[in-house]
Design a protein around this ligand. Structure first.
Ligand SMILES: Cc1ncc(COP(=O)(O)O)c(C=O)c1O
Length: 403
């Protein structure tokens, strides 16, 4: 009988960690399946159902026999819908040869790495970052260079910090606005200032705009590609339908990039996954063209929950939480509780904080360490107001019992 030897597994696979968000989510699901009353704030997806007209478009596509391979980079009709969206929302002009549709924005980012990164190339990643950025860079043979930000700077990287992180090997910087996990958004002025450093150092930017539609109050999304033609040429705009249209399971993301980059990405995709699911592509056209109203309804609900959750968190002595501009996450500091003790042991770090909170109170949150920010936790407010009310109340009571 064949015995798997550890050396069979590649160095590449060994180097990456599994996703802490998925791990906590899986544990919470398992506890729910065991009949426990788990309040889950760990999910990275809308709790709303996919709007009906989008589902119908997918079903119709299947019924019409649109069930075969398409061009690897996506159907022209979806590329046109993406081009129209980027023109309408950002005033950015692209053509079909600039667009590659992939199996989610996660896949778009991975493809970009595979197309751009040579061994040893450095990728600058401001922290707190989305969990997959550093591991994907490692998978592609690159070197993630993490730049820490703080609550005081609103979790944003400054032009000076970016400049300091640049070396001879720097190739890419990844920006995410609105941000997962902090919800912060860069203003136009902040992006213009960062753009100067990007041009001076000849960097490529990935602009992850997957939460673009989920911006609250007076916050308006601005893409760094809008700064100038120079910036547009060196920006890979990443977006998709998962978050804004409650379509996480349909797996459609896309990039808009210089044609040379899109061409290289297309080759990679053609040799790996081929096209993303055909029916999902047709459904995504409906999402991009005709569901602005539903998006606004979902965004209004998220805004209400954000206001409530952040106020409730800040009402707990010892918790400090900035008001997020967008996305659907709160990212409070739990620093003042580290070193204290709960029933199942000492809270040494954000991971043990979240583990004890889940085990003792059935409340699922995600440790900041997964996002490169120890001393914080992430709570998703993509859950009902009733759950938010109960969860934050229960968490507040639990924190009072720590010794
Ligand atoms: C910042 C960010 N980028 C990209 C993605 C990937 O989204 P998808 O692959 O579902 O399109 C996510 C999902 O959690 C995210 O939070």
């Amino acid at each position: 009988m064949y015995q798997l030897q550890p050396e069979v597994i590649s160095d590449r696979a060994t180097a990456v960690g599994d996703s802490i968000t998925l791990r906590i989510g899986a544990l919470a699901k398992q506890m729910k399946a065991e009949g426990k009353d788990v309040l889950s704030f760990s999910q990275g997806e809308p709790d709303f159902d996919t709007p009906e007209s989008i589902k119908s478009a997918g079903i119709e596509a299947i019924q019409q026999g649109k069930t075969k391979y398409t061009a690897a980079s996506g159907i022209p009709q979806l590329k046109q819908a993406i081009i129209t969206k980027l023109q309408r929302d950002q005033g950015l002009d692209y053509q079909e040869h600039n667009i590659v549709v992939s199996c989610g924005a996660k896949h778009s980012i991975f493809n970009a790495h595979m197309a751009l990164i040579n061994p040893g190339d450095e990728v600058i990643i401001p922290a707190p970052y989305w969990v997959s950025y550093p591991d994907q860079v490692l998978l592609a043979g690159g070197v993630p260079v993490i730049v820490n930000t703080s609550m005081a700077s609103g979790f944003k990287i400054s032009p000076e910090q970016l400049q300091q992180a640049v070396t001879q090997k720097s190739k890419i910087v990844i920006l995410c606005t609105p941000s997962n996990p902090t919800g912060m958004m860069y203003s136009e002025a902040e992006l213009r200032a960062l753009a100067e450093v990007i041009v001076q150092n000849n960097l490529v930017v990935y602009s992850d705009e997957i939460y673009e539609k989920l911006a609250y109050g007076n916050n308006r999304h601005f893409s760094i590609a809008q700064v100038s033609d120079e910036l547009k040429a060196r920006t890979i705009v990443i977006n998709g339908v998962s978050k804004a249209y409650a379509m996480t399971g349909w797996r459609i993301g896309y990039m808009a990039a210089a044609s040379g980059i899109a061409k290289a990405v297309n080759k990679i995709q053609a040799q790996s996954t081929s096209n993303p699911v055909t029916a999902s592509q047709w459904a995504s056209i409906e999402a991009l063209n005709n569901t602005e109203h539903q998006v606004q309804t979902m965004t209004a609900a998220f805004a209400q929950r954000r206001d409530f959750m952040v106020a409730a968190l800040n009402g707990i002595p010892g918790i400090e939480c900035l008001m997020p501009d967008g996305a659907f996450y709160a990212f409070p500091s739990i620093q003042s509780f580290l070193g204290k003790r709960s029933a199942s042991g000492k809270l040494l770090d954000s991971a043990s904080f979240c583990k004890n909170l889940l085990q003792e109170q059935n409340i699922a949150t995600v440790p900041g360490s997964g996002f490169g920010a120890e001393g914080f936790i992430r709570l998703s407010y993509s859950t009902s107001m009733a759950e938010i009310e109960e969860g934050i109340e229960r968490m507040g009571q639990w924190l009072k019992t720590l010794t």
